[in-house]
Design a protein around this ligand. Structure first.
Ligand SMILES: [Zn+2]
Length: 132
């Protein structure tokens, strides 16, 4: 299936709620077979029947990952992605990585950490300054 954009999701919602007026092709039946409508905090979402996880629109990836990452108190990529996967079906690791790379709080944390790392100083060689 193509990327799960807001536009794509709108089509799927129309199909699942019986409001679809387009053609009933293979994709139509595929959607009916694989997905169902649910309400999540008052919003209509599409859930994959297998696994019961929510389909996130591409446009909402960043917000979802940021919220979960904040709620986890800025845990690493792997833990954030695992938590994302508990609820959402289709948010890839690359998105999680990108959000965390751009996270200001995490950048501050790793700055503090790097202060403890051995600082490479320029080598001062003594006794090589010859006579003028
Ligand atoms: Zn962070």
């Amino acid at each position: 299936m193509a990327e799960w954009t807001a536009e794509e999701q709108a089509k799927v919602v129309a199909i699942l709620s019986g409001k679809w007026i387009g053609s009933k092709d293979r994709k139509y039946y595929h959607i009916l077979e694989k997905f169902e409508l649910v309400e999540l905090s008052g919003l209509r979402k599409v859930r994959r029947k297998k696994g019961g996880k929510i389909m996130a629109t591409v446009e909402s990836f960043a917000t979802i990952v940021k919220d979960i990452h904040d709620a986890l108190d800025h845990k690493c990529e792997k833990k954030t992605h695992l938590k994302v996967q508990e609820t959402y079906n289709n948010i890839p690791m690359v998105v999680v990585k990108k959000i965390i790379t751009n996270c200001i709080r995490c950048a501050e944390k790793s700055k503090k950490k790097s202060c403890r790392v051995v600082v490479v100083r320029p080598i001062v060689v003594s006794g090589t300054s010859g006579p003028h």
